[in-house]
Write a protein that binds this ligand. Structure first.
Ligand code: FE2
Length: 364
């Protein structure tokens, strides 16, 4: 299978991975031949890339980081908690205690950690194609996966992983106190609106610190995740030493997921471009050790991605190189003149340092 832009997909191509709705039911199953109507619908739903079957890449199987069951369970826990608050803010306090939401969050984080421990490959969330009707929910889940992966890379223990994962799932909960029309506004926010959105850090902190079931550090994840090491963040302009490591970790994962997700007002960036941006802020905005460790946990060039090489050849990423994340193995399918090669061949970029990836047009 290979990952392609929906815009480049032709009717008749076969879907290699199912597309799910946000509740976990299948919208289009694997193996279905796509029609123009389906492709139009996918664009309407703002799905930008999909996996298709391709005779040259039929041996490539891209596994999701997390099982479908765990993903669905996590999304349900997050959505229920967030929506309950939006519906009845006054009842939030009871919510955690009576409905044992804290316990559910802890359980789901336990499953996430177990699965990620078994499946220690570079994290690629581009491929988990799912209709997103509310950005905050999927973002909260993705940030939890990224922080878990980063925490594991740093050798953190189970207790810390669960705590920071829960902090990640709840870091933006204060956004439920912001009017939806501002939160979902497609264009640029006015200064006043932006000031209001920034307050989600304080709202989240106030909300979470009252939950006896949750550690106070989880509330601080919400409070501090927009602080930056040089003091340029908000709400309190804390500096490097004053920011809790969980929040510094969240800052990296939060920004990375925001950059690599397609939004109505902005194209998504590919992982390697987003990573370059984070690296440029390492030591200044972001804690350097965390940015560097994070780079090693994610797939900079996800398997199945179509790339152009400096030689003019075009191919598909078929394998990672553990020690050299920016130098994957590429299977060449087209020669420099754009013609399909008779027999595809592979170039290991970690062994051919003179060959570079020049572009990948996933979102074209
Ligand atoms: Fe936030």
């Amino acid at each position: 299978m290979r990952l392609i832009s929906v815009n480049r997909c032709q009717p008749g191509e076969k879907l290699a991975k199912p597309i799910y709705t946000s509740t976990g039911t299948t919208l289009i199953g694997a193996g279905v031949s796509l029609t123009q109507k389906m492709l139009d619908r996918l664009k309407e739903l703002q799905i930008t890339s999909i996996y298709i079957e391709d005779k040259w890449t039929s041996d490539i199987v891209v596994k999701d980081a997390i099982s479908e069951d765990t993903r669905r369970e996590a999304m349900t826990v997050i959505t229920t908690a967030f929506q309950s608050f939006q519906a009845e803010p006054g009842k939030w306090r009871q919510l955690f205690v009576n409905q044992q939401v804290a316990k559910q969050f802890r359980q789901v984080m336990g499953s996430v950690i177990d699965e990620m421990k078994q499946n220690r490959t570079a994290l690629n969330l581009l491929g988990s194609v799912c209709v997103v009707d509310h950005y905050i929910f999927s973002h909260s889940f993705h940030v939890a996966l990224y922080t878990t992966s980063l925490g594991m890379k740093l050798g953190w223990g189970e207790r810390e992983l669960i705590e920071v994962g829960m902090g990640a799932m709840l870091h933006d909960v204060g956004k439920m106190a912001i009017p939806l029309d501002i939160l979902m506004k497609p264009g640029r926010l006015t200064e006043q609106e932006y000031d209001l959105v920034k307050r989600h850090t304080e709202y989240g902190f106030e909300l979470l610190r009252k939950q006896e079931e949750l550690s106070l550090l989880i509330a601080h994840c919400a409070y501090q995740h927009h602080e930056r090491c040089d003091g340029s963040g908000y709400p309190r302009q804390l500096k490097e030493q004053e920011i809790h490591p969980y929040a510094k970790m969240l800052a990296v994962c939060d920004v990375f997921d925001a950059l690599t997700t397609h939004r109505s007002y902005r194209q998504a960036m590919l992982p390697h471009t987003a990573m370059e941006l984070l690296m440029s802020g390492a030591g200044k905005l972001f804690h350097e050790e965390f940015v560097c460790a994070f780079r090693d946990t994610i797939a900079l060039y996800p398997i199945g991605l179509t790339v152009q090489l400096s030689t003019g050849e075009e191919g598909v990423v078929v394998d990672y190189n553990r020690g050299a994340p920016s130098r994957p193995v590429v299977r060449v399918l087209k020669d420099p003149s754009g013609r399909a090669v008779a027999v595809p061949y592979e170039i290991d970029l970690s062994k051919h340092l003179n060959v570079m990836i020049t572009s990948c047009d996933l979102f074209a």
